[in-house]
Design a protein around this ligand. Sequence first.
Ligand SMILES: Cc1cc2nc3c(=O)[nH]c(=O)nc-3n(C[C@H](O)[C@H](O)[C@H](O)COP(=O)(O)OP(=O)(O)OC[C@H]3O[C@@H](n4cnc5c(N)ncnc54)[C@H](O)[C@@H]3O)c2cc1C
Ligand SMILES: NC(=O)c1ccc[n+]([C@@H]2O[C@H](COP(=O)([O-])OP(=O)(O)OC[C@H]3O[C@@H](n4cnc5c(N)ncnc54)[C@H](O)[C@@H]3O)[C@@H](O)[C@H]2O)c1
Length: 479
Amino acid sequence: MGNATYDVVVIGAGPVGENVADRVVRGGLTAAVVERELVGGECSYWACMPTKALLRSATALRAARRLPGAREAITGDLDAAAVLRRRDAFASNWSDSGQVSWLDSAGIALYRGQGRIGSDRVVEVWTGEDGPVVSLTARHAVVVATGSSALIPDVTGIREAAPWTSREAAAAAEVPGRLAVIGGGVVASEMATAFAGLGSVVTVLARDGVLHQAEPFAGERVVQSLREAGVQVRLGAEAASVHRDGEGTVHITLTDGERVEADELLVATGRTPNTQDIGLDTIGLKPGAWLTVDDTLRVLDDGALAGGGWLYAAGDVNRRSLLTHQGKYQARAVGDVIVARARGEAVEDGRWGRHVATADERAVPQVVFTDPEIASVGLTAAAAEAAGLRIRVVDYDLAAVAGSALHAEGYQGHARMVVDEDRQVIAGVTLAGPDVAELLHAATIAVVGEVPLDRLWHAVPAFPTVSEVWLRLLEAYGR
Ligand SMILES: Cc1cc2nc3c(=O)[nH]c(=O)nc-3n(C[C@H](O)[C@H](O)[C@H](O)COP(=O)(O)OP(=O)(O)OC[C@H]3O[C@@H](n4cnc5c(N)ncnc54)[C@H](O)[C@@H]3O)c2cc1C
Ligand SMILES: NC(=O)c1ccc[n+]([C@@H]2O[C@H](COP(=O)([O-])OP(=O)(O)OC[C@H]3O[C@@H](n4cnc5c(N)ncnc54)[C@H](O)[C@@H]3O)[C@@H](O)[C@H]2O)c1
């Protein structure tokens, strides 16, 4: 077994682990990453990129169909095979050679295998069960960036039926004739939209509703549009048992006795942390649990620093926000704080300090790429109330803006601004409508910058853009 020493050892080379390593190397430290599958992680090969590629062509087609003049130029249906080929390219054909070259150019050492914490500051790399092939010692920090995997719910027969998780959906080689989906969250909504667009007959079993953590109008609009696209959305439906027969057909029996048949079943019921087999027990932590972190992303064990402070966790695995952009934001903070601590420099860990991921608390932006798109940042009205804020909710019909009417014939959309009445700042914004994704960053800046409403009156939206909704929201609020 070989040995090597680096300033920082990162377990997991997903978007988060790669960025942690890059940041510490830019700060003058040495770094190694350990990766058991593909450098680039879930996001590059089985999540963000391939799923958005599966969605994009149908979105463009719908947009053209909404415009007289363009609509007449459409001569056929979506070419599903071409969409799958484009998806393959966006998943780099499941080869990480490009990202490995990047690691190399960034001066980051790569070890392939399963990373397991062996003892204080030591990460062992395993490629089989015959013991570690190399033992890596970290002078300053070990960062767990092992991400998360699909959670399979406890439904009778479900595992034996070999359901799809988001991985198989994202990498599907063919479009199933009939697709059933268990779940009503982000993955379920996006993949139901994607496969309906690609030609599947889709049934969604949404026990707890669709996008139920978003503003209620978001889920309502997505359900309406899925139904218009021919998707059966069964709100409140819960799978009791699943069985795949000899012909390959999946039979799902619901708790009310109804049955659903499909060629494939996608399970999209949330995530579980990749911490089962990373040696957490060697330092007294519980394998399989989400890792709790302090504001500088050091792992906590019952409120105390695990291992004394050398262990960090960033990205999905700490459950603060299961999004690539927030994970990479954490990576920048954690990389910088490791460098600061290594150099004995001051740590800026106050609110909005450079070494904390404050935005995770109340300013997380997210786009759900359904039809309509749902773009949100900060708190929903319900979450703001639950957090004890005194709020006022301002709603506006996004279709009533000149830019929207130009954007698409019969544009339908909705905007909601949640105002923190005591501070006169925006606590949250949700937009539903075609192409609202690109409107989101203005809202994010308003929320993160805590821009007073009085000042926002001076941020004049260009005419005739959909962004004019900002002016309308302020007018509806009143000056
Ligand atoms: C279907 C789907 C679509 C999504 N779409 C979006 C989107 O559009 N936008 C967005 O912001 N987010 C999206 N997400 C969320 C996003 O994919 C995750 O938030 C992101 O991938 C988290 O990055 P990470 O680096 O923490 O973990 P991961 O991407 O999961 O990477 C972790 C890496 O660690 C490796 N690893 C794990 N354990 C070990 C070990 N013991 N030793 C060595 N290596 C190990 C894994 O192989 C993996 O490469 C989506 C998620 C899903 C499931
Ligand atoms: N565009 C994006 O930003 C994007 C896209 C996809 C995924 N993601 C991220 O990936 C994460 C995982 O997505 P997800 O959709 O798997 O999780 P989720 O938490 O968004 O949704 C899970 C859904 O499954 C339901 N559910 C849970 N247990 C169930 C059970 N036993 N039976 C039936 N339904 C059950 C929940 O009510 C919920 O509707 C999300 O947190 C999201 O942040 C982001």
